[in-house]
Design a protein. Structure first.
Length: 257
C-alpha cells in the first residue's frame, strides 16, 4: 500500500514533531504484537478502520482517535492506532526477532556441548523465554530465543554437571573450572525513531553491558578451588565464553588442561 497520498505533516501523532512521543517506554510497549490485531472495514478516505483484538473486541480507530479506553484515558496513540498506522505505511516498527532455534539444547536438565553447564534457571539470562507463538493459526506457548543477554551478580557456573549432582568432596574430583559473576551492567535495547518520506521508522539495536567474573581452577590434589583471576567482558562475549571456554587469545581454557 502506497502512503504517498497521506500528508502526515498535518497529523499530530504521525509527523516529525511526534518522534519523542513514540520513544516513550509506555508507547513502545503498545508498538509490540500488532500482528495479533485484525483490521477490517479499512476506509482510505478518512483513514479509519475497525480493529479487532484477540478477545474479539472491536474498536473504531482513526489516525487521531480510538474508541478504546487506553486512548480515551491517555490521549496518546494506542496499539490499535499503531496497527492502523502500520497498515497505512506511515509507521514502521521493528519486530522483535525471536527464533525457535535455541542456542542451548533445552531437552534435558543440563546443557550439552557447552564448556560450562547451563541449567534451566539460566535460560532468562540467555534470553530464552516461554512466549506465545502462532502455529497453524493457533496460539501456543513455546521457548524462543532472543539476543538481549543479561546475567546477574553472584551466578556460578561449573564445567561439569556432576558439580550439581554429587556431594561437594566428590564433585571436586570432577570439576576443572568454575566461574562466579561479581559485577554486571545490564544490556539494553536502544531505540531510534526517524521520520522519512511520510513514515515514522523505529530502529532497535542492543547495547551489551559489561560483566566481570572470577575464574577458579581445582588444585592438583582435587581438594579445593584456586583463584586464577578476574576478567571483564561484554555480556554477549560472556555467552561465547560459557559455550567455548574461549574469551580471547589470553584466556582459552582449552589450552590450560
Amino acid at each position: 500500500m502506497d502512503n504517498s497520498y497521506i500528508n502526515t505533516s498535518n497529523l499530530k501523532f504521525w509527523n516529525l514533531d511526534s518522534l519523542l512521543i513514540h520513544g516513550r517506554l509506555s508507547q513502545m510497549d503498545k508498538q509490540s504484537h500488532l500482528s495479533s490485531l485484525k483490521i477490517i472495514n479499512l476506509n482510505k478516505t478518512d483513514f479509519s478502520a475497525d480493529i479487532i483484538d484477540e478477545d474479539e473486541n472491536s474498536y473504531h480507530t482513526t489516525l487521531e482517535h480510538c474508541s478504546c479506553s487506553n486512548f480515551i484515558n491517555e490521549q496518546l496513540p494506542c496499539n490499535h492506532m499503531y496497527a492502523l498506522a502500520s497498515k497505512l505505511k506511515i509507521f514502521k516498527g521493528q519486530k522483535e526477532r525471536r527464533s525457535k532455534n535455541l542456542i542451548v539444547d533445552c531437552s534435558s536438565k543440563y546443557s550439552k556441548d557447552w564448556f560450562f553447564v547451563i541449567q534451566q534457571a539460566n535460560y532468562p539470562a540467555l534470553d530464552i523465554l516461554l512466549m506465545p507463538r502462532k502455529e497453524n493459526n493457533k496460539t501456543v506457548m513455546a521457548l524462543t530465543q532472543g539476543k538481549l543477554y543479561n546475567f546477574h551478580d553472584g551466578s556460578i557456573f561449573y564445567d561439569t554437571e556432576k558439580a550439581y549432582t554429587l556431594p561437594w568432596k566428590e564433585a571436586l574430583k570432577e570439576i576443572n573450572y568454575s566461574i562466579q559473576i561479581t559485577e554486571t551492567k545490564p544490556s539494553v535495547n536502544i531505540n531510534n525513531f526517524k521520520y522519512v518520506d511520510n513514515c515514522i521508522i523505529r530502529h532497535s539495536s542492543i547495547n551489551y553491558g559489561d560483566l566481570t567474573f572470577k575464574l577458579y581452577k581445582v588444585n592438583a590434589s582435587k581438594t579445593a578451588e584456586e583463584y586464577i583471576g578476574s576478567y571483564t567482558c561484554k555480556q554477549n562475549e560472556f555467552v561465547k565464553f560459557l559455550k567455548t571456554g574461549i574469551l580471547n587469545k589470553n584466556l582459552d581454557l582449552n589450552k590450560r588442561h
